[in-house]
Write a protein that binds this ligand. Structure first.
Ligand SMILES: O=P(O)(O)OC[C@H]1O[C@](O)(CO)[C@@H](O)[C@@H]1O
Ligand SMILES: [Fe+2]
Length: 197
């Protein structure tokens, strides 16, 4: 799956319901790739040992990584929980911190959880037809709080880059967990303050 190095006009298919593309192969993230990111390490280890479920998948088009290009595709977070915590993406800052991103929810439901290095955070609801703006400087993670796949379409500047290191070391300040049958935002007990990025 790759696109031409010199871009010419093109179109691509992404299904409105399940997010899958007839044109490309998705990148898949199994639960085992998210060690330490969920609150409940025991529940995490049990699920990985059982069948290491597919938590999410997304499309990574290959484009020249310049500010003049855009990257786009769908992100599909499958339904499920690790303990009381809903399935989610790893989340990332952009390597070029000042670059934004737009997500548009095609199906399913959930939240885009965002936080900046100064500690401001926000959870924006995803429902079909709802667009979410991720401003420059905000780390972002999609969380599926529903019973079906959460499908979003994203667009961002092609040179933005993904900084996973900061999230892997510090985590997100907040978690979205199920309490009495509904999603609530709680403090992440594993969140570690540290060097400013
Ligand atoms: O980078 P993460 O959190 O693993 O999630 C991947 C998602 O983020 C994106 O990089 C878009 O920001 C997509 O490729 C995909 O939807
Ligand atoms: Fe991003």
């Amino acid at each position: 799956m790759s696109l031409q190095a010199v871009t010419i006009p093109f179109s691509a298919h992404f299904d409105l319901k399940n997010g899958l593309s007839k044109d490309y192969t998705s990148t898949k993230r199994m639960l085992s790739k998210m060690a330490g990111m969920y609150e409940n390490d025991k529940a995490f280890a049990n699920l990985v040992a059982e069948d290491d479920p597919l938590v999410y998948e997304f499309y990574e088009l290959t484009m020249p990584e310049t500010p003049n290009e855009l990257l786009f595709g769908t992100s599909i977070v499958h339904p499920g929980k690790v303990g009381r915590e809903y399935y989610m993406t790893k989340g990332h800052f952009h390597t070029i911190l000042d670059t934004p991103e737009v997500y548009y929810c095609l199906s399913g439901e959930g939240y885009m959880l965002m936080e900046n290095p100064e500690g401001d955070w926000q959870a924006e609801r995803f429902t079909p037809g709802q667009a979410v703006y991720v401003p420059p400087r905000y780390a972002h993670r999609s969380v599926n709080t529903g019973n079906e796949s959460l499908v979003t379409f994203f667009v961002y500047r092609a040179d933005s880059g993904h900084d996973y290191g900061t999230i892997e070391t510090k985590g997100f300040r907040k978690l979205i967990v199920e309490e009495q049958g509904v999603p609530v935002v709680v403090d992440n007990p594993k969140w570690r303050d540290g060097e400013e990025i």
